[in-house]
Structures are given as C-alpha cells and as structure tokens.
Design a protein around this ligand. Structure first.
Ligand code: AKB
Length: 339
C-alpha cells in the first residue's frame, strides 16, 4: 500500500520552511519534502525529507511508487537575481522542473482517476512595467495586465502558470476519452518578509535584508533608491494564501491564477520603520542600477480583488502588524546573543 502524502518541492527555501511548520501543526498531514539541501533538524523531524534533484525523473518515479501524492506544493525555483546570472540553468530548473512535475501529476491523476492538486507560487515578476511613469500611473495591476516580464525568472513563472492551466484543462485533449487532469491553482506573491529566514537570489531581498541587518547590528547598503516601491507581504500570510486557495471549493474559483496582496512600501518607508525600532541602524542607499531596473519593472501594488471575491483572501498582517507584531519582535529575538 502506498502512503498518502503532501509533496513539497524546494522545501528548504523560505516558503518551504514556513509551510512545513504550518502543515505539520495538523497532525494528520503526512509530508514528503524534496530539495537539493538538507533541512534544519527541527524541520526534518516533521517530514520525510529527500535530498535530491527535481530534474531527476528516476527519483520522481521512485517517489510516486512509494507515495500516493494528493497535493503538490511546487516551491522549487531559482529567484530573479540568481536567474539573471545563470539564465539557462534558471530555465532548466524553473521551467523543465515544473514541466516534469506537471506531467507526473497529470499521469498520476489519470492512473488514480482522481485529480491531484498542484499549488504553484508565482510572482510579481511576471509583470513588466515599461517605465517609471507607467508604474506610477498604473499603480495596482490586475492579473492580465502588463504581462511582459523583464527577467528570465518572470518569463519562467508566467510560462509555467500557462503550462499549469494547459495541463489542468487541455492535456491530452485529442484522446478518445478526456482523462482526469490536475487541479492547478496559483498565487502571485509580492516580495516576502520572513522573520526567521533570509531569502537568497531574489531582487526584493533588500526589504528583508535591511531588517535583518539592523537586528544583527550590521550596516546595510540598500541596492535600490529610496523611492523604489513594490508590494510586500509577511511570510505567515504567504503560507495562509497558499493554504486558503488550496482549500477553496473549486466551483468558487473563476480563475486559476490569483494576485495576493498585503501592503506596498518604498525602500525609504522600510528604512524609516527599521530606524524607529533600531535607531542605531546604519542604512545607506547605494543603488545597483541593474537590479533597481528589475524592481522598477515590477508594479507598485497589485489588485487582488479576484482572490478576495472568490475565496475570501484577506491578509492578517497589514503593514503595522507585519512589522510591529511579527517582524521586529521575532527578528530581534533571533539575533539575541546568549548571555
Ligand atoms: C524575487 O525577488 O525574485 C522574488 C520574487 C519577487 O518573486 N522574491
């Protein structure tokens, strides 16, 4: 008998850590996690963790021979800055990795005659504002607007959203009998702020880096100018968005890809909040014009009314709660030196 499980790829990334903890709170969930890296010991005991490559098809086949996977949270990806450094590798991981997993999920759905749920985190990187004037003028973008990404990562995410929709609606459309397909659902995340982990390889990283550097008592040179603005979200809300969408009745969903928002901040506004709590923080603005151009291509904010309407999306952390109740107390605690 195969064991029923929830599969999380990219489990040792930021969202993975938070999602494992949250899913493990419900003692009934059996978690199977996959990543190139080990998990920290406190997380590893909550899951069956496999160290391996998503692109290894033999490994994936072995996993489905041992586990009956009901839900997949496909988090594995190279983020935007990293993807610009190695674009072809980003394509391999972000697109081919996703394609292989979609195919596997579709085949398993057919085999079991039951739809496997495929949860996919996408990103504001799928948007590409052509210039700062347009960004100011069209401050809150809807899902179907400005889909002209400037980065490899943005292109990868946008295409994988489409692949997910294809695999769930049209896969094997010419077969004599329409097979059972996957239940693909996707949220487009803004920049994420976690109190417990630091991102690596992203371009929204200046937000969390500024906060964590101040708590560690280290100087920070922010790589975008003070006015640069994008939407952000506290990590608990990101996990809640994935889980709320996963639980939403299918008939309520009018689309498969949803924006989810919480608040929008300029880099200066993050600095001001940090300085109010860590008055000795040494924060300078030393723009890296190339990374800043990526941030400028992302919208200032997103319109998430479809998510609010269809499945009741409502972030629990507005900007004040995110900083004052979640980020600052936990980040401060994280770097306390033992007496
Ligand atoms: C990145 O900066 O690449 C990510 C994202 C906005 O998706 N954090």
């Amino acid at each position: 008998m195969r064991k029923r499980a929830i599969l999380i790829t990219g489990a040792s990334g930021e969202v993975g850590h938070a999602l494992i903890r949250r899913l493990a709170e419900d003692g009934n969930n059996v978690l199977l996690t996959l990543d190139l890296h080990e998990l920290p010991a406190d997380l590893a005991r909550l899951t069956t963790h496999v160290v391996g490559n998503l692109l290894d098809t033999h490994l994936l086949t072995r996993l489905v021979s041992e586990y009956e996977i009901d839900v997949i949270f496909h988090l594995a990806a190279l983020l935007s800055t990293r993807s610009e450094i190695t674009p072809e590798m980003a394509h391999e991981v972000n697109v081919e990795g996703t394609l292989g997993l979609l195919k596997l999920a579709a085949e398993q759905s057919q085999w079991r005659n039951q739809s496997i749920q495929f949860m996919f985190p996408s990103s504001i990187a799928v948007y590409g504002m052509p210039d700062r004037e347009s960004k100011q003028l069209f401050a809150r973008v809807r899902e179907f607007e400005w889909n002209q990404p400037r980065t490899m990562y943005g292109c990868n995410k946008l295409y994988c959203e489409m692949l997910g929709c294809y695999y769930s609606r049209h896969y094997r459309q010419l077969a004599a009998q329409q097979p059972v397909t996957i239940d693909f659902r996707c949220v487009r995340f803004p920049g994420l702020l976690s109190a417990f982990t630091l991102p690596s390889g992203g371009t929204s990283d200046y937000g969390p880096e500024m906060i964590h550097a101040a708590a560690r008592g280290e100087a920070y040179a922010c790589f975008v100018r003070e006015e640069a603005r994008i939407p952000f979200m506290a990590m608990p809300d990101a996990v809640a968005a994935l889980l709320d969408l996963a639980r939403a009745p299918r008939e309520k969903l009018t689309r498969q890809v949803y924006n989810v928002g919480a608040f929008s901040l300029s880099a200066a506004q993050i600095r001001d909040r940090v300085m109010a709590v860590f008055p000795d923080a040494a924060i300078r603005f030393v723009p890296d014009l190339k990374r800043e151009a990526i941030v400028d291509s992302w919208p200032a904010d997103i319109d998430d009314s479809a998510a609010r309407m269809d499945w009741g999306w409502s972030p629990q952390y507005d900007v004040n709660r995110a900083f004052d109740e979640y980020l600052f107390p936990n980040v401060r605690q994280r770097y306390v030196q033992p007496a």
